[in-house]
Design a protein around this ligand. Sequence first.
Ligand code: NAG
Ligand code: NAG
Length: 381
Amino acid sequence: MMIFNCPLLVLFAISFIVNYTWKSEAKISHGHQQTFSFYSSYMDTTFCGTVPGLTKAQIELCHQQPDATLMAIEGLNQAVRECQYQFHGHRWNCSSLETRGRNPYISSILTKGYKEAAFAHAITSAGVAIAIARGCSAGLMNCGCDSKIYKIRKPRSAVSKTKWKWGGCSHNLKYGIKFSKMFLDSRERAEDMQSKINLHNNQVGRIAVSNNMQVMCKCHGMSGSCELKTCWRSAPDYRAIGKALKERFRSAILVDQTNFGKRNLRKFNMINQRKHKKQSKMKQWTPRKNKHKRDLSYDLLYYEKSPSFCERDQNLEVSGTTGRYCNRTSTSSDSCNNLCCGRGYNLIKKRKVERCNCKFLWCCQVECQTCSHEEWISVCK
Ligand SMILES: *[C@@H]1O[C@H](CO)[C@@H](O)[C@H](O)[C@H]1NC(C)=O
Ligand SMILES: *[C@@H]1O[C@H](CO)[C@@H](O)[C@H](O)[C@H]1NC(C)=O
């Protein structure tokens, strides 16, 4: 038997008792409850010199705004964790971005033109924007809340009598985006294709954040009658951004290197070349004149075909897929067929221990038993 306390359940129980007056529009933002206790108004800037891989411009910014920089690094690491979640069944599973120095930009994959690098740029840039936007509202830096009164449509869920007003402290997305640009775009000084594409993908990440901003509301009134709601804008959680950008990853666009000129990437035209169809399903984009114009501001762009990620490659910090657990019945990326790259797999028997038969004890504990059972796990050769 195991007994343990569970703060979430406590919250749950309390909210039942108090006939809860808290309601949120749309989704619940997990990040909202985060605490950043280690930030203070006075900050030592010596850490600026100890983060590996920061550029000169980034170190300068760090000395000017150490608290925001620390928050940005936190955002980078949240983004890496989300990347790992989104790619956990893939051959490249994002673990190479989890560097010892907590700066994913020292990872060599980010110097490449692969689709995976495009995703990484977008999600880290989004991560910084989210972290700063939240940090501002939490009063951790001197950027403060976003006090703008936005026009919003009345959410469908709102009862007709409910009155609205903006109140509380909206996450400061404007500053989040600004800082994300200052911090990350400053890395891309070169006027070459790589820099331009990185800048573009950084921007795709930030656009994803601003397009996924949520409205959170709190009810006021006698015992949850909700006569008045105050609402504020909240940055999306990392999961929502990870999901949105994963979609973009799937439809990422290969930029034709030979035709790459000085033009703005947004002005690229699509070419539906039949000839290329056989070669690959990848869409080809070149800056030639064509009927099919499309706004690319939401699309991830890449310029280099990814390797298979099947074999170990030290230059890429890729350890290959040998030893990875795969799923025999899956038909997606985590299938043994895909993950093991045709090398096949071994079956190993593993004893799995789980909590089971959990009971909620009044108040406030959960009592569980441990159950174990054996299962066959397939491991790539
Ligand atoms: C990611 O892949 C590496 C090997 O390529 C493996 O060691 C690691 O456990 C994987 N991580 C996850 C979360 O699947
Ligand atoms: C394997 O894939 C199947 C089908 O997608 C899924 O139902 C199952 O939960 C997966 N198993 C594991 C252990 O992830």
